[in-house]
Ligand binder design. Structure first.
Ligand SMILES: [Zn+2]
Length: 182
């Protein structure tokens, strides 16, 4: 059998856990494997090589695009004030009520919104330009009207952000830019 690893260089990290099903993730540009004890990482990689290569291409494109992006410098206060200002403005516009706003460094998302109407903001948003902060907050507030990413949701989004796909792509670029720094 041809061992794919011999001629394809794939950088990866492995974590072993007491789980039944293995998982592959790209939170940064490094592939992360979460495997049950005893599983062989190489086998996992060759099995999912197409998916891995597609993801790697996507991330490389994001990082290339990110070369043109600027990381914004703000103080903690400036950042928090911006978040409060934007969420106040947009919650009024959307007629939704936000309960509390939490700030936390997150590994998997820019922000989230709970059933209790609490907004959690990833502190990494501090480095994003204002229009992306605006988009993320608006996106989360629309989730208070529609939980799922369905047609109704995207219709509401595009009323305000007709170019939301460009913004979503830009967020991927920033994500890999900010999270792939070692
Ligand atoms: Zn969403």
């Amino acid at each position: 059998m041809l061992n794919i690893m011999e001629h394809k260089k794939i950088e990866y990290k492995v974590k072993y856990r007491n789980i039944k099903y293995p998982r592959l993730e790209f939170r940064t540009k490094i592939l992360q494997l979460i495997l049950p004890f005893g599983a062989d990482p190489k086998e996992m990689i060759s099995k999912h090589i197409n998916w891995i290569e597609k993801k790697q291409k996507f991330i490389a494109d994001c990082l290339k695009d990110a070369e043109r992006k600027k990381i914004v410098r703000r103080t903690e206060d400036e950042f928090r004030n911006l978040v409060f200002k934007l969420s106040q403005k947009d919650s009024r516009k959307l007629k939704v009520k936000v309960n509390k706003i939490y700030f936390k460094k997150m590994r998997t998302k820019w922000a989230s919104c709970s059933a209790k109407k609490n907004l959690t903001i990833n502190t990494m948003m501090k480095f994003l330009p204002e229009n992306l902060n605006e988009y993320i907050i608006y996106h989360e507030l629309v989730h208070l009207i529609e939980r799922n990413h369905n047609k109704r949701f995207w219709d509401l989004i595009s009323k305000r952000f007709r170019n939301y796909k460009v913004l979503e792509n830009s967020l991927f670029s920033y994500w890999f830019l900010l999270y792939s720094v070692k």
